[in-house]
Design a protein around this ligand. Sequence first.
Ligand code: NAD
Length: 261
Amino acid sequence: MSLSGKTAVITGSNSGIGLGIAAELAKLGCNVALNSFSDTKEDHAIADKLASETGAKVVYIQADMSKGDQCRALIDKTVDAFGAVDILINNAGIQHVAGIDEFPAEKWDAIIAINMSSSFHTTAAALPHMRKQGWGRVVNIASAHGLTASPFKSAYVAAKHGVVGLSKVTALETAQEPITCNAICPGYVLTPLVESQIPDTMKKYDMDRETVIRDILLERQPSKQFATTEQLGGCVAFLCSDAAEQITGTTLSVDGGWTAL
Ligand code: NAD
C-alpha cells in the first residue's frame, strides 16, 4: 500500500502514539507534519530523523492544542508547507487522575480543550481543504475510555466520549463525499503518558513495577499485553486505505479485549 503524495498532520506527535502513527505514514510515503506545544531543538531533530529514516518530507510545527486559534493555524501551516491536508490525526492528549470533588478545575479545562475541543478546531479547518482536494481521512485517537469509564478520570472519560461523538457527526456530515472519519480506541499502550503513572501507583499500592503493570494497569485488558504504537500506526494506515472507504463514523478498539468484558 502507498500513500505517496498525501499529506498527513498528526497532533501531539513528538512522542508516543502520535510519533508511532507518523512513522507508519512516513514509511507509506506521506508528507508528514509533526506537532506539539513545545519548540525545541529535539522536536525538530525528531522530524529530521524521521525524514532521513523514511525518505519522506517531514516538518515540525509548534502549536498549542489547548488554544483553538493555534489548532486552526496548525492546519494552515501544514497547507503552507505541503500545499494540502489529506489526513488529519487528532492525537494530542493529557491525563489527570483525581476524584470529581477534588478534581482541579484548571485540569478539567485543559483536558477538555486538548483531548476534545482541539479535534473540533482542526477538523473544522481541515475539511474545506479535503473537500477541495476531493479526498480526506480524519482519524481521532479516542480511548477505551471513550466507550467505557473508570473512576477518578472524569475529564478524560468525558473528553474521550466527546471525541467518539464528534467522530460520528463528522462522518455523517461528510458521508456523501470521499472523506471518512473514525475513532480508534486503544486500551493501554506503554508510552510516556502511561509510564508517568507507574511510580505513583507503585508507591500507592506498595507494589513492584511488574505487579503494577499486570494487576493495576492491565487489570481490565484481558490479553495482559500492552498495545504498541506500531500496531496503532497500522490501524491508521488501514483506515486510510481503499479497503476502508466505506468505514466511517465508527470506532476501532485496539484494547486486547477490554471492551468485550
Ligand atoms: P504521550 O504523552 O506520549 O503523547 C501525548 C502527545 O500530546 C505528546 O506528543 C505531547 O507533546 C502532546 N501534547 C500534550 N499537550 C499538548 C498541547 N497542549 N498541544 C499540543 N500537543 C500536546 O501519550 P500517548 O500515550 O502517546 O497519548 C497519545 C494519545 O493517545 C492521547 O490522546 C491519549 O489520550 C491516547 N491514548 C493513550 C493510551 C495509552 O495507553 N498510552 C490509551 C488510549 C488512548
